[in-house]
Write a protein that binds this ligand. Structure first.
Ligand code: FES
Length: 95
């Protein structure tokens, strides 16, 4: 299963496979998102889901319950469950 992910405001797009972190899926497509620890701790990669379903792969990622309710995610430890639109203002393309 794969899902289409659109980043705002850049309009960059990539495909995320089920079971693949959004950070890794973006990188595989040549899209750079800010990152550091890559294990859900540092919050460098924090961004916000606008549409679609994204779930964390850790029970306690470094976002609060309230933040999660508002759509904030850590894409290094999150994967798509549907097509999604994500606010990621610092996203850039390798190109
Ligand atoms: S890179 Fe550190 S929380 Fe995602």
């Amino acid at each position: 299963m794969s899902y289409s992910i659109v980043l705002q405001p850049s309009g960059l797009r990539f495909t995320a496979e089920a079971g693949q972190s959004l950070l890794r899926a973006a990188e595989d497509a040549g899209v750079v998102l800010p990152s550091s620890c890559r294990n859900g701790t540092c919050r460098t990669c924090l961004c916000q889901v606008r549409e679609g379903e994204v779930t964390h792969t850790l029970e306690w990622p470094g976002v609060t319950r309230e933040e999660r309710a508002e759509g904030w995610i850590l894409p290094c430890v999150a994967e798509a469950r549907s097509n999604a639109v994500i606010d990621a203002p610092l996203a850039a393309s390798f190109d």
